[in-house]
Design a binder for this molecule. Sequence first.
Ligand code: DGL
Length: 273
Amino acid sequence: MSLNKSAPIGIFDSGIGGLTVVKSVMQTLPSENIIYFGDTARVPYGIKSMDTVREYAIQITDFLLRKKIKLILIACNTVSAAASNEIRERCAEKGITVLDVVQAGTKASLETPARNNKIGVIGTLATINSGTYDNAIHTIDKSKTIFSRACPMLVPLAEEGWTDDEIAESILKKYLDDFTDKDLDALILGCTHYPLFRNKIESLFEGSETRVIDSADAIANMALEMLTSADLLNSGKNGDFECYVSDKPQRFQELAERFLGKKLNRLEIVALK
Ligand code: DGL
């Protein structure tokens, strides 16, 4: 089946975290039409079982496929860990490529100049317990020592919009205390909600050479490469942005508009299943 250049890119996450990917894609690929799905009725994913996350992720994938997207970006590390193979298989039948944030974060961390081969990873309980980053990094480079930590409080804080106050600061300090003196080459923000705390995280590493890696820019660049090589780049005016959520659009709308710095002209609730 041949894909249409003006078809949208489908991007999804459990909630607002994937908007960090949307923002990078809008900057890197301004002409692309984007459809975003945030599963706000069922966030957080990171404390759920892999089977449950997989079931939700498949429902969202089917929704995006019905919207005739030309590319899927899994903007959720937890889904990438739980279901990227299943999603790829499902999309391959339709000739649709799937890129995910674990691939992107791994690539970006390995491109960081290696000083002492130490990489830190923070993410949800599900992502960290799955060992997905350890596997992805060690498949490419066995010499890396990986330090990982689950930070389950950060997703609810981000969904609440509390990313820049003293509560966020003290929770981040507690989670990252063990990491700040390790002289890591890179710290991967292995959850797409975490870039919302980027300033606070970077200030904890001030004075060190640790590079904070956010997979949003990396996945946007991978999307640019993929669409260019497949001759699927859209051209012309700024692309459209459609947003779908599974619950409470007002809350989502407020946070999303603040984060993206633009009005959401199209926001709808959809029931999956
Ligand atoms: N933002 C997601 C991730 O990258 C999921 C967070 C959650 O729902 O727990 O893992």
